[in-house]
Design a protein around this ligand. Structure first.
Ligand code: ZN
Length: 299
């Protein structure tokens, strides 16, 4: 048997390791890059011009997120020219709000198809206020508030004292909040990837605690609740604060937190937003919970 020369063996090993290295770099890159589109546009009651850059900064703390931004205009919504290409993204973060202009019908349709075929969406705070008449969008958020929402929008959804999920079809407005205050989030689904490793209870705020949200409430899993106390003009119920919703093959993370810049810089928001965005994009969560959560500082 002819033995290969040491030089040839070394050359072979070298070329083999180069191939392995490039292979693993390739697969790691494919696994790691998460393409995010943040959308916002003209709205009332919330300042997207100030919050969107901070959401971008938060996502950019993790080098795997590649973040683009798309801002609609009233004119572009009216003349149909507002048409972001959702198919380029793993997840769309809705920084939309109360009073947002209706997206053009073709753009709504494109987004519905993107989601139904396995897209990802993150709805934060006021993103559940907009577009009360866009039926499919309301299925994606599961629950919403304001904009004339009432019993026709679907049931109220909350958790009772025994820990049972209640679908309450009684009449009444959708969406309310008392004065901003600090409140506690109670984890209801510790096994969900977004919640694994979070403490069973953690603080958030001062922020607006949305309550009386109502909507189709189909395929909604409540991850965490906050108690809306009557002393704070609340409902006396455990209201959904963090949720996931499925829409076709699509995944949605819905957080009621984050009224403005101060609130989205809080540790509770930052960690749940990052993990929720990763989950909506990939179905998995690898972003760790900081040791000092929720008191870690965001700079
Ligand atoms: Zn708000």
């Amino acid at each position: 048997m002819k033995r290969s020369s040491p030089a040839l063996t070394i050359a072979l090993i070298a070329s083999l390791s180069t191939s392995i290295a490039s292979l693993s770099t390739c697969s790691l890159r494919a696994e790691e890059n998460i393409k995010v589109l943040i959308t916002d546009g003209p709205q009332k009651a919330h300042n997207h011009q100030e919050t969107t850059p901070v959401l971008k900064q938060i996502l950019n703390k993790d080098s795997r997120f590649e973040v683009d931004h798309s801002r609609s205009t009233k004119e572009g919504c009216e003349d149909g020219s507002y048409r972001p290409d959702f198919s380029k993204y793993d997840v769309v973060v809705m920084n939309e709000g109360f009073g947002a202009a209706d997206w053009p019908a073709a753009t709504q349709k494109a987004f519905e198809e993107y989601m139904a075929s396995g897209g990802g969406m993150v709805a934060i705070h006021a993103a559940n206020n907009c577009w009360p008449n866009w039926v499919e969008y309301n299925k994606m958020t599961g629950l919403g508030g304001w904009g004339g929402r009432n019993e026709k929008s679907g049931p109220y959804l909350y958790i009772d004292a025994e820990g049972k999920v209640v679908r309450d079809t009684s009449n009444g407005r959708g969406g309310a909040h008392g004065p901003q205050h600090e409140f506690e989030l109670v984890v209801r689904n510790p096994q969900h990837p977004i919640m694994q490793g979070l403490p069973p209870k953690f603080k958030h705020g001062p922020d607006e605690l949305y309550d009386k949200l109502r909507g189709p409430a189909e395929n909604v899993t409540i991850l965490a609740t906050a108690f809306s106390s009557k002393e704070r003009r609340g409902t006396g119920r455990h209201e959904p604060a963090l949720m996931v919703v499925s829409y076709g093959k699509g995944r949605i993370f819905h957080s009621i937190l984050g009224h403005h810049v101060t609130q989205i810089k809080e540790g509770s928001f930052v960690t749940t937003f990052l993990r929720g965005t990763e989950w909506a994009a990939t179905g998995k969560v690898t972003i760790p919970v900081p040791e000092d959560f929720p008191n870690q500082k965001f700079e």
